[in-house]
Design a binder for this molecule. Structure first.
Ligand SMILES: [Zn+2]
Ligand SMILES: [Zn+2]
Length: 354
């Protein structure tokens, strides 16, 4: 095996820096993973790529970027309890202390120990390199019938989406409103359909994203949002609105549409990050008896449940990947994702180069 590998860093100013670095060796409880697929997240663009905005859990510490990695274990450190060389694995993208209350619930995203909570691609080296180190406790087994790019999609985006949808509960009773058709919005459509949603109505401000949702059969109705968006929701639901709504826009108007498009007694979840929202609580929430949930990432056990269900449903998150790049072309990959005229963008290796 080579001793050096190519790795990507995000110095800010919308640039990608590629460096040759040493291939790390796994320590106690750690594995070395040969990266096979590593997708770019909206959070990477928002908080790191354009400029380093993040604080606390989103503070980028000039590590190898990429927090949606999936690959194969090629070397094991001592002390492993479950995984072995050759295993195909997804990395849950935050490593926590393992013993605080949040970690014990499986939500390492919320680990309260500032010394041990380190996210891959933010405070410790992530997946935009040929190899990466991960702790065994952060691994989710990738079933044989899922591809590495399916797995990369689960590591952050699909896990986050599934958590949000499970919080509001989706069934065949429900028309589902999805606002924002970036990768998480598209994933919301795909998973809501798998969960049995009767009808999916979606909005985005970008025509190409609306076209993508329709051409891939993810939404029953999708529109470019405008002044008549709420009327359209009502027209398609007998004047009532949707039983369930998901905001993936992170925008005040998008969130207003999600809440106001929710039917009386319905449930709405906010997944889209950033921005703000202005609501009129009495007419928007209190009088129509609506519940609004907030949701951030997921737990590692729910990620395991999700991959099991993806196999049973026979769906492939990689279908939302519209562009694949090799690591040497990471500059173009991040630029495309930043411009937003695409679905999901993946950096791929070996058999995932298609
Ligand atoms: Zn992410
Ligand atoms: Zn913890």
């Amino acid at each position: 095996m080579n001793k050096k590998m190519l790795a990507a860093y995000l110095p800010g100013n919308s640039t990608v820096e590629l460096k040759e670095v040493d291939i790390p060796a796994p320590g106690y409880g750690e594995v070395l993973i040969k990266t096979k697929s590593s997708t770019i997240c909206g959070s990477d663009i928002r908080a790191i790529y354009r400029e380093h905005l993040g604080k606390g859990p989103e503070a980028y510490q000039n590590k190898i970027c990429g927090h949606e990695p999936c690959g194969q274990i090629v070397q094991c450190g001592p002390g492993l309890r479950r995984f072995k060389e050759g295993d195909r694995v997804i990395v849950y993208h935050i490593s926590g202390c393992g013993v605080c209350n949040d970690c014990r619930r499986g939500y390492m995203i919320s680990c309260s120990n500032t010394k041990y909570r380190r996210a891959y691609g933010w405070q410790r080296d992530g997946g935009m390199a040929e190899y990466m180190l991960a702790e065994e406790k952060d691994l989710v087994a990738l079933p044989d019938s899922l591809t590495y790019t399916d797995g990369a999609q689960v590591a952050c985006g699909f896990g986050t989406t599934y958590e949000g949808l499970e919080k509001i509960g989706i069934s065949g009773d429900d028309a589902v409103l999805v606002v924002g058709l970036g990768p998480v919005g598209l994933a919301s459509c795909m998973l809501a359909k798998a969960l049995g949603a009767e009808k999916i109505i979606a909005f985005d401000t970008v025509q190409s994203r609306v076209d993508l949702a329709l051409s891939k059969g993810l939404a029953d109705y999708a529109f470019v949002s405008g002044a008549d968006s709420l009327d359209k929701v009502h027209e398609l639901t007998g004047g009532f609105g949707c039983e369930r709504a998901v905001d993936c826009s992170g925008n005040t108007y998008g969130r207003q549409l999600a809440v106001r498009g929710t039917r009386e007694w319905g449930k709405c979840v906010f997944i889209g990050e950033g921005g703000t929202v202005e609501l009129n609580p009495s007419p928007d929430m209190l009088h129509p008896q609506k519940t609004i949930y907030g949701s951030w990432v997921t737990s590692i056990w729910r990620m395991e449940v999700l991959v099991e269900h993806l196999v049973r449903w026979g769906i492939h998150p990689e279908d939302l990947v519209t562009n694949r790049f090799q690591l040497k072309d990471a500059t173009q990959a991040y630029k495309l994702m930043s411009e937003g005229k695409c679905g999901k963008v993946a950096i791929v290796y070996d058999e995932e180069i298609k």
